[in-house]
Design a protein around this ligand. Structure first.
Ligand code: NAI
Length: 329
């Protein structure tokens, strides 16, 4: 079985090549190009393609893949908001993903961002390097006995609930389905109650039509003053322009983002020599209480090994016609 692996990075090869040894029936060709309508024809003759978070797996791409004989799309990530699943079903293309490769990897990064913006670690690091040992601008708050509000208590949100409990926080959550395994220490509340009561809000629900821009000026105004907001889920959950307005209203002690609306095109690229013509991200970064990382929540050794293993197993399952919990189309 031949698989074309789009948008490869060095770390992908390092995690997939050793795991491939356990799947002798699979041949992988790696290319650096991103999957989009212009590059989809490169997959002609392959059984499957493998894509990531910034790929455009919309209707046009899927149609070209189908014309080239591709039967399976393997997302090497949990989110699949960039896949037109209805079109895939219509074309008979199987789409599989890696739903829970290491929820702790992302949840630990969410807490790292919360801690970093709370204690201004990015500022402290630079100050000490410059021989500035003053404390100006570094004051934070204790998380102990504060309220953590977790939006979406699936695999990653549940891990974040456990981490917050470990910090001695009261943990409240909002989800359309309640997670029974958390009931002994998590109190489910409405989204409005969560916004009103939380000192730390961490987003862990998927990006869908009904979650797009769920954090906007109206929801920000319902939050406590001095709240910390963390988003490690998908950029589209937060309306960036209205977040900036909220920051200017001094609502936030800190904002930590691993994902943001403009990230497509930036993610995993070195843009340090580029002149940015228009960027709300740059405006966000001008604030002293904002820290952005570039979609690195998943990036631990354990998570990468699990992604490679599950992606290749997904291909074997697809070839054998096995439908599993990893199917999204
Ligand atoms: P999951 O599917 O286990 O959990 C998602 C939860 O969100 C479910 O409990 C679901 O009921 C809930 N939900 C759905 N609609 C909702 C709504 N309208 N309001 C509140 N909750 C809602 O997914 P998992 O594995 O926990 O991943 C969560 C998200 O994290 C993914 O969708 C993905 O976008 C993001 N992610 C980010 C990574 C990174 O590197 N920063 C890596 C992996 C995932």
């Amino acid at each position: 079985m031949k698989m074309l692996f789009y948008a490869v990075k060095e770390y992908d090869r390092r995690s997939f090549d050793p795991v491939k040894e356990n799947f002798p029936g699979i041949e992988i060709d790696y290319i650096a190009h991103e999957l989009e309508p212009r590059t989809a024809a490169l997959a002609a003759g392959y059984d499957a393609i493998c894509a990531f978070v910034s790929a455009d797996v919309g209707a046009d791409t899927l149609t070209i893949l189908k014309e080239g004989g591709v039967k399976t799309v393997l997302m090497r990530c949990a989110g699949f908001n960039n896949v037109d699943t209805e079109k895939a079903k219509e074309l008979g293309i199987i789409v599989k993903r890696v739903p829970g490769y290491s929820p702790e990897a992302v949840a630990e990064h969410a807490m790292a961002l919360a801690m970093a913006v709370n204690r201004r670690l990015y500022k402290a690091y630079n100050k000490v390097r410059e021989n500035d040992y003053t404390l100006k601008g570094l004051r934070g708050v204790n998380f102990y006995q504060k309220t953590a509000g977790i939006v979406g208590t699936g695999k990653i949100g549940a891990a974040m609930c456990r981490i917050c409990r470990g910090f001695g926080m009261r943990v409240i959550a909002y989800d359309v389905y309640q997670n029974e395994s958390l009931k002994d220490f998590v109190e489910y509340v409405s989204l409005d109650e969560l916004l009103a009561q939380s000192d730390l809000i961490s987003l862990h629900c998927p990006l869908m039509d009904n979650t797009y821009h769920m954090i906007n000026l109206e929801s920000i105004k319902k939050m406590k003053d001095g709240v910390i907001l963390v988003n490690t889920s998908r950029g589209g959950l937060v309306d960036t322009d209205e977040l900036i307005e909220g920051i200017r209203l001094k609502k936030f002690l800190g904002v930590g983002l691993d994902v943001y609306e403009e990230e497509t095109g930036n993610v995993y690229e070195d843009m340090s020599d580029e002149i940015m013509m228009h960027s709300v991200t740059a405006r966000l970064l001008s604030f002293p209480n904002v820290m952005i990382t570039s979609h690195q929540g998943f990036y631990t050794m354990e998570a990468l090994a699990a992604i490679a293993e599950t992606t290749l197993q997904n291909l074997m399952d697809a070839a054998e016609g096995k439908r599993t919990g990893n199917d999204v189309a």
